[in-house]
Design a protein around this ligand. Structure first.
Ligand SMILES: Nc1ncnc2c1ncn2[C@@H]1O[C@H](COP(=O)(O)OP(=O)(O)OP(=O)(O)O)[C@@H](O)[C@H]1O
Length: 303
């Protein structure tokens, strides 16, 4: 079975800026894959290269086995991209825009699918509204609809929830999850790491155009983050606990692997005469993983 997306040794420079530096990445069919990185890491450039909007200086990219340069039309037909920028033609209604988009892909009678997408994205009541009359969140919904109009097996969403309200987020993720369950491959870039942690089964992290971590979400959390006992006390902590602890805003954070370690830690704190004023258990989270990977730029274990 061919990979949904295969990126091999892709580099791209804009003048003196190395936006992509020998990127190797493979996304399997049916995956929900996260592409993360700080501003300017190269995520959008990589997506643009995949969609044929930017030409890589070297390397190759394919979608469902079709090279994005030599087999552009077929590769593009297999790909739906939700762009980060709100670009649209202000003169058409929502339905007209979707019909025109269908036309680009040579699809004539697409009304039933358009109705379904409109409904799933909560756009039915806006179908005949002019694009320029829509709010920012509604325009973003239309961008998602446009990306799906030709039923692409691979869907790439470039920060689809930037600046959108809770309702759209939930509607959007419910729909995207459904598409993933139906077999579509999903690639997501987002700065909301909680979203990526909940949705993506595998994650690549980019920094300065390079892949600096690539692994399953579970493995990344296991390797770079831990449970922690977080507490505020009235006095100095026992020195043997301070060694591994981090302090932030009056809170101590003590990492641990198994819950059986918690009670002995509390006993030591009490024995040192400290009163515990507040206490909580922190779970491993992707934000900690992200910060540690970006600080260290370790090459993550491949999976
Ligand atoms: N058309 C362009 N011309 C010149 N430089 C560009 C162009 N497009 C991107 N770059 C540069 O390439 C680098 C990667 O940009 P890119 O937009 O791919 O990052 P990103 O990871 O998508 O960032 P963000 O999270 O902010 O969207 C940046 O340094 C950016 O300034």
């Amino acid at each position: 079975m061919s990979a949904a997306i295969r990126i091999q040794q892709v580099s791209k420079c804009f003048g003196s800026t190395q936006a992509l530096d020998r990127v190797d990445l493979e996304v399997r069919q049916g995956e929900f894959f996260g592409l993360l990185g700080p501003n300017g890491a190269g995520k959008t450039t990589l997506i643009s290269a995949l969609a044929g909007l930017v030409r890589a200086d070297s390397g190759s990219l394919s979608v469902m086995g079709h090279d994005v340069q030599s087999d552009y039309r077929v590769a593009r037909r297999h790909l739906g991209v939700v762009p980060q920028e709100l670009v649209f033609d202000p003169f058409f209604t929502v339905r007209e825009s979707l019909k025109i988009q269908s036309g680009y892909f040579g699809i004539g009678d697409n009304d039933a699918w358009i109705d379904e997408i409109l409904e799933k994205l909560g756009l039915t009541s806006k179908a005949n509204a002019n694009m320029r009359m829509l709010s920012g969140g509604m325009k973003r919904r239309v961008l998602v609809a446009q990306a799906l109009v030709h039923r692409p097996p691979v869907i790439v969403l470039d920060e689809p929830t930037a600046g959108v309200d809770v309702e759209l987020r939930q509607t959007l993720w419910a729909f995207i999850r459904q598409l993933n369950e139906a077999g579509h491959t999903i690639v997501l870039t987002t700065h909301y790491l909680e979203e990526a942690e909940n949705l993506c089964t595998r994650i690549a992290m980019l920094k300065a155009g390079r892949v600096v971590a690539l692994d399953t979400t579970v493995n990344l959390l296991r390797r770079f983050s831990a449970h922690s006992l977080r507490l505020r006390t009235d006095g100095a902590m026992p020195p043997e606990l301070v060694r591994d602890a981090a302090q932030n805003g009056g809170w101590w954070s003590l990492p641990f692997d198994g819950f059986e370690e918690v009670e002995p830690m509390l006993t030591k704190i009490r024995a040192a005469g400290c009163r515990i004023d507040d206490l909580e258990i922190g779970k491993p989270d992707l934000e900690e993983v992200f910060v540690r990977v970006m600080q260290g730029s370790q090459q993550g274990q491949q999976s």
